[in-house]
Design a protein around this ligand. Structure first.
Ligand SMILES: Nc1ncnc2c1ncn2[C@@H]1O[C@H](COP(=O)(O)OP(=O)(O)OP(=O)(O)O)[C@@H](O)[C@H]1O
Ligand SMILES: [Mg+2]
Length: 307
């Protein structure tokens, strides 16, 4: 299977008083799982809805191998999607899928296949109104899989899943991408999808703040080494070797951009007596929070003054 390349380009969606998405652009590659991450109200669902032709953008577009959703031939074979749950509570899971099967151009037998794939075979004849949140997520995924698509677009698929469910969902999308499919999934928690995604697109307040591989995102984590010494002058001389280092009034020096091992080796070579040496680093979630945070009011004033 070769999944389509999903390209979102200059996508803007404006409502009366809100800009839900502003010049959003990113690529989701086949064979990879792309996490679309941002806090509540960031513009994730708006972007995914535009991608799936469920709303008309104010400007810009989104395409699958160059073709917008509305122009796809047999779209159910290209992309399967699960956005907010839209199940009729009185229908059974099988009944829900059977109403959609003709639209996807698949026979009724496919409904039982996808229910088995998501582990709902035994609950197939229960009313969806009585389903747990996790079961609804599974049914959403079954719905997305109906047309045997080459791409999956999933809005918050991990929401409501227990740890076992998250592990299962993770394995499912990984296997799909390993077969060559394209996966684009959203979440408001990086930690929830950290073990699932290859690439990350971070959005906040309608604009993309960062897009890279997960590995390149971890490289943005800042590292600090704190150290203390009874020799204040020697300590000041040592840490001056690293740009941006500081010495606090209590005598604790902070070095940025070096490891504890590097700082320790330099201190040893300089004959400096060290009483405390500790490395602190941002974890991925902290990097994510920093990237989605609004600029400091003071920074904003600086930017305005510079403009
Ligand atoms: N139909 C609409 N009319 C007016 N404003 C809207 C509409 N749909 C979305 N918005 C606004 O656009 C912004 C982005 O909403 P969106 O649903 O895309 O965010 P999200 O990233 O999916 O958030 P969440 O994590 O809470 O699902 C929000 O401020 C929202 O209130
Ligand atoms: Mg949303």
């Amino acid at each position: 299977m070769e999944g389509p390349r999903i390209v979102v380009d200059g996508l803007t969606k404006r409502y009366d008083s809100v800009v839900a998405a502003q010049d959003v652009g990113f690529v989701a590659e086949p064979g990879r799982v792309t996490g679309f991450l941002g806090p509540n109200g960031a513009g994730k669902t708006t972007t995914l809805r535009a991608l799936l032709g469920l709303l008309t953008p104010t400007s810009g577009d989104a395409t699958f191998d160059g073709t917008s959703y509305g122009r796809l031939v047999r779209p159910a074979t290209v992309v399967g999607a699960h956005l907010e749950p839209a199940f009729h509570p009185g229908r059974t899971a099988r009944g829900h899928l059977r109403t959609l099967a003709p639209l996807s151009g698949v026979p009724d037998s496919r409904c039982d296949e996808v229910l088995a794939m998501v582990g709902l075979a035994e609950a197939a004849d229960r009313r969806v109104g009585g389903y747990s949140l996790g079961m609804r997520q599974r049914l959403g995924l079954a719905t997305a899989l109906l047309g045997d698509p080459r791409a999956l677009v999933l809005d918050e698929p991990a929401n409501g899943l227990d740890p076992a469910g998250i592990t299962w969902m993770r394995a499912f999308v990984r296997a799909f991408a390993e077969r060559g499919g394209t996966v684009l999934l959203s979440s408001h928690l990086l930690s929830e999808v950290e073990q699932t995604v290859d690439d990350v697109v971070i959005i906040a307040r309608g604009t993309v703040r960062h897009a890279s591989s997960l590995a390149d995102l971890s490289a943005l984590a800042t590292r600090e080494v704190a150290l203390r010494s009874p020799d204040a002058d020697g300590l000041a001389r040592l840490v001056a070797r690293w740009d941006g280092s500081t010495v606090a009034p209590d005598g604790t020096a902070t070095v940025r951009g070096a490891t504890a091992a590097e700082v320790g080796a330099e201190a040893f070579a300089a004959g400096l007596e060290v009483h405390h040496l500790a490395e602190h680093g941002e974890n991925l979630e902290q990097v994510f929070l920093r990237l989605t945070k609004d600029p400091d009011p003071e920074d904003r004033l600086d930017e305005e003054a510079a403009a």
